[in-house]
Design a protein around this ligand. Structure first.
Ligand SMILES: [Fe+2]
Ligand SMILES: [Fe+2]
Length: 132
């Protein structure tokens, strides 16, 4: 089963977020395909795209949370920052050390799932408890 199918379990029910999460996971699937044909330059390109889209998504999410009055924004921003550091570390290894362990896309997938499932979902839970 590809990552995008597994991701169905992590939907938040907020269309903009779900679409952006799908797009991120779609890039992980693309990356995974290129491990098989060992296309290093394409993997680096996709990793760049993944990080730039993740940055965009994180800013989008923070603005959205701010607009809705979600109270844990600062903490969420910190977690995004740490996630970007981890992704950048993977990119560095890929780009400069040409280090591709065959599980690296699984690591990215786990980082993204972990974030959505634990941290992004805190917003959904908060929203459910604050509906008027
Ligand atoms: Fe997210
Ligand atoms: Fe987030």
């Amino acid at each position: 089963m590809c990552a995008i199918d597994r991701f169905k379990n992590y939907e938040m029910g907020i269309p903009e977020f779900d679409e952006q999460h799908h797009q991120l996971i779609g890039l992980v699937d693309e990356l995974h395909k290129h491990i098989k044909d060992d296309d290093h330059s394409e993997m680096v390109r996709l990793m760049d795209e993944l990080i730039s889209f993740a940055s965009y998504h994180f800013s989008f999410e923070i603005s959205y949370f701010r607009e809705k009055g979600f109270p844990y924004i600062e903490y969420h921003e910190k977690v995004h920052h740490e996630l970007l550091l981890s992704l950048n570390k993977i990119r560095y290894n890929l780009r400069f050390e040409k280090y591709v362990d065959k599980y690296f896309t699984q690591t990215i997938e786990d980082l993204l799932y972990g974030h959505v499932d634990h941290y992004d979902m805190q917003y959904v839970n908060w929203l459910q408890n604050h509906k008027h």
